[in-house]
Ligand binder design. Structure first.
Ligand SMILES: [Zn+2]
Length: 318
């Protein structure tokens, strides 16, 4: 099984992109598989939702309910990560215990990397590439030879009078991140072998945060140049998804494409619960040869409604 995470992806954006023929690979995946809109976790935010995906537990149980947590001993906020979850087991450990080869690339909240029966490259929550970002650790040097920013630590850069040039440069960084995620996943999967592997395109979320007003049809025509640049970000994301879908097809693998929450504008004030609570998407596409086998799916996926499908009606659970 190949799992492709598109952080914060919502059909509010994807449907118009598909209608404009900017995301043909996603369109094809939806036509060939089952898709729907699911409910996110409470709260519907990245650290809570991906940790639920990984552990099958609600935020109240796994304890990751925000990006940071208050430490009563130091009177400071510290970043949450799975370091806090040493008493919980995640999907990679469970599958690994059954002898399955697993892989995880840029999945949020997976730092520090835990030993698994396969490979892990942590994501944006990694303090730095000097903090340990891969398992096995000897992978780090090889990864850095190929990709200088494997954890995607560069944020949206702001500079006075940066204008369209800086805007375009930020979009380029995001586009490169999508292709890097696909290339790194395939490189590692080929090297280690895999039964279940996952990559999250984290910067889909950032792309929407930074360009929402250029994507929203109510305002997009005010700055068509930036609107076009923002939409190119989704086209490049779709190409990276296409690369992964081709790879999955080559290996006759089942594919899950999932998001963690919905999205909305961050211009001015907003109610994140209203924006995000029902925006999780999933697209399920099963390989014919493996369709009769049981695969572990998270509570998120198994709760999905079937809106359009040529695939088997049941999302199987072990
Ligand atoms: Zn997210």
């Amino acid at each position: 099984m190949l799992i492709i995470g598109l952080d914060g992806a919502t059909f509010d954006v994807l449907h118009p992109m598909i209608a404009e023929d900017r995301m043909p690979n996603l369109k094809r995946a939806m036509q060939d598989g089952a898709w729907g809109i699911l409910r996110s976790t409470t709260p519907p935010i990245t650290p809570a939702a991906w940790t639920t995906f990984l552990t099958g537990k609600q935020p109240g149980s796994h304890g990751i309910i925000d990006f940071e947590r208050y430490d009563v001993h130091t009177n400071k906020l510290s970043f949450n990560n799975t370091h806090r979850l040493s008493q919980l087991r995640n999907i990679w450990q469970i599958l690994g215990d059954r002898g399955l080869r697993v892989g995880s690339v840029n999945v949020p909240m997976t730092w520090p990397p835990i030993p698994v029966n396969g490979f892990v490259v942590t994501g944006f929550d990694t303090p730095s590439v000097r903090s340990g970002f891969a398992y096995p650790t000897d992978l780090e040097a090889e990864i850095l030879k190929r990709w200088s920013d494997p954890i995607l630590g560069t944020n949206w850069r702001r500079r006075a009078l940066g204008g369209n040039r800086l805007f375009a440069s930020n979009i380029d960084y995001m586009c490169r991140s999508f292709h890097q995620g696909a290339e790194m996943t395939i490189w590692l999967a080929d090297r280690f072998g895999w039964d279940a592997t996952m990559v999250v395109m984290k910067l889909v979320d950032n792309l929407q945060h930074k360009t929402w007003k250029y994507l929203d049809p109510r305002w997009a025509d005010r700055n068509p140049r930036r609107s076009e640049m923002a939409k190119r970000g989704f086209t490049e994301c779709d190409k990276a998804v296409g690369t992964l879908l081709d790879y999955a097809r080559k290996h006759d693998a089942t594919v899950l494409i999932v998001s963690d929450h919905g999205h909305g504008s961050l211009e001015g004030k907003c109610n994140p619960i209203c924006c995000c609570s029902s925006g999780v998407i999933y697209i399920f596409k099963t390989a014919r040869r493996r369709s009769e086998r049981g695969y572990a799916t998270s509570g998120i996926a198994s709760a999905g409604k079937r809106e359009n499908s040529n695939a088997p009606a049941t999302l199987l659970t072990t």
